[in-house]
Design a protein around this ligand. Structure first.
Ligand code: ATP
Length: 217
């Protein structure tokens, strides 16, 4: 499969009524490539990430995951993708630790694989596993969502404003995790309004008026 991009999007159009949020967005990312998605408020960043994740239907265009059309319907394909939206959602009645176990089971991860536990510790959540995410602060919920996403070792990682609510220490942890995921061959798209500490993307994707342009530093 070498040479086949992990993610390829061609001519994505997404409309909300009369508003055309995306007007033909195209991109391609290989294994181990990380792109930051930038653009002003309302430029369409969240919309693009939701379309790439298979959460929103496209009005036109096509998304391919490892060379196969992807629309979020196929379970096996879905296990390859992790998406952390701008406001992560959790089950009301499950503790943080139960979320971790649920994601491990749902994705058939090896129970002996303690990456999730290691991630909980790196984000300082190891003493908070018996609490409900509802009782977490916004930054703690973001950390838990990131733990659940990275623990799956996805081929494609999509992150909507992942640094937003994180404190400087947690931001450094996230940058280190992105670096490790990139080294392991994960393709990454993360929307960001600012430069972040400790991580330099391979490409910057700029959304303007629903159109996407790529800059490779
Ligand atoms: N559910 C919706 N219904 C109607 N319009 C929507 C919906 N979601 C997004 N839009 C519109 O689509 C456009 C793109 O919105 P989107 O949230 O993707 O932008 P964004 O770049 O993520 O913005 P921000 O930086 O503020 O998070 C905006 O004009 C927005 O008003």
């Amino acid at each position: 499969m070498s040479g086949v991009p992990v993610l390829r999007a061609e001519g994505i159009v997404r409309r909300y009524g009369a508003v055309e949020a995306l007007s033909g967005a195209s991109l391609s990312l290989s294994a181990g490539e990380a792109a930051f998605l930038v653009g002003s408020n309302g430029a369409g960043k969240s919309t693009l990430l939701r379309c790439l994740a298979g959460w929103d239907a496209l009005d036109e265009g096509r998304v391919e995951l490892l060379g196969r059309r992807f629309d979020g319907a196929d379970r096996a394909q879905r296990t390859l993708v992790a998406f952390v939206p701008d406001v992560p959602a959790f089950y009301d009645d499950l503790t943080a630790g139960e979320h971790v176990r649920f994601v491990q089971r749902a994705n058939r991860l090896d129970p002996a694989d303690d990456l999730a536990e290691e991630l909980m510790t790196r984000f300082g959540l190891d003493g908070k596993r018996d609490l409900l995410p509802l009782s977490y602060s916004r930054g703690m919920r973001q950390k838990l969502a990131l733990v659940l996403a990275f623990a799956r070792r996805p081929r494609l990682l999509l992150l909507d404003e992942p640094y937003g609510p994180l404190d400087p220490e947690a931001s450094r942890v996230l940058s280190a995790l992105l670096e490790e995921a990139r080294a392991a061959g994960t393709a990454i798209v993360a929307s960001c309004h600012h430069d972040v500490p400790g991580f330099c993307p391979d490409a910057v994707l700029r959304l303007e008026d629903g159109r996407l342009s790529a800059e490779r530093p």
